[in-house]
Design a protein around this ligand. Sequence first.
Ligand code: C6P
Length: 404
Amino acid sequence: MNIEKIRNDFPILDQEIYGHQLVYLDNAATTQKPQCVIDAVSHYYEKDNSNIQRGVHTLSERATADYEAARETIRAFFNAKSTKEVIFTRGTTESINLVASSWGNANIGKNDEILITHMEHHSNIVPWQMLCERTGAILKVVPMNEAGELDMAAFSTLLSERTKLVGVVHMSNALGTINPIETMIQQAHNVGAKVLVDGAQAAAHMRTDIQALDIDFYATSAHKMYGPTGVGVLIAKEALLNAMPPYQGGGDMILMVTFEKTQYNALPHKFEAGTPNIAGVIGFGQAIKYIQSIGLDKIAAREKVLLDYATTKAQSFAGLRQIGTAKEKACVLSFVLDGVHPHDLGTILDREGVAIRAGHHCAMPVMQFYKVPATARASFSIYNTEAEVDALFAALTKAKDMFA
Ligand code: C6P
């Protein structure tokens, strides 16, 4: 794999921060965008900008064709059964809220149980809490161990015929843990529960075959997969989507409106009310093509080499405590350093040109579990190099010396 060539695809990487070459290690927050994605978005605005689905003129036909072509690209990438199952949203957060509101309101009642895990992002906690408040359902949580792995025995015990939905993150943003979703889905289906997989972190790093895994609801965001911000997808089984009421009312999601009654549009449009993020969707499709041009398996293998390299360095760095040491993990090195608050660390590293994230990563229960207010998190992507990992540790040494 020619990393230098890949780096050249990302124009943003070629810049200095405080006189240092930028080292971008905040990929779990959002990845950088390759030139082909930037070009696809500008091409839409420069040549095809118009509204979709309803226009009779050429620009609208071209924009609609590109928008729908992106839907097919995304369907094929995740191996969803049909483009009817691919709903464009603002991102993972909106996809989960859509399910919790639409499917949740229609299917969840008092004393039903929603089972999530201790390592969920707030996006996969709060919508379910809100649903429980509305309906009297009960939220249950699968515990995890010190390494940041789910307690699968507890998962089996917590599952029962009262469980109506299991919500699980495929890859934890705070720990890097990859969860055994295949087993979890099988066990959940055995008790008749539906499963929502939060794929926000995993989607760009490992293959996710929605049909093979038999996922009921799958949520992810384009911006963590080299695509634009403000766009993502909900992929759900057609039968479930057909039975669900619309999430929002408005243009595009209707076939016929009178003041007496409205007839809803067919899938996927029933769940895409209003003018969507057309440029974003087109950019998302291009981002998927970019991933395919390198190959997801090659990406995963290369990123594992980088993570192993960084982990080895972390293990021998005095005063560094890794947060999240699961056997199955990817791309995320979360840690705390003795005597230095993660936020101070983030600021000092920035002065050295190294961009990491410091904070609770919208996973406060994970911080509570490890009894830390926050962690520093370096997260890797396909364009990162061993030299950048070295730069991270050189900057950490500097920070440690400053606080010594
Ligand atoms: N995590 C991070 O720095 P949105 O914001 O809707 O695109 O994605 C939300 C989300 C949901 N689930 C997981 C596992 C996530 O990691 C995220 C986003 C970013 O870790 C921002 S908090």
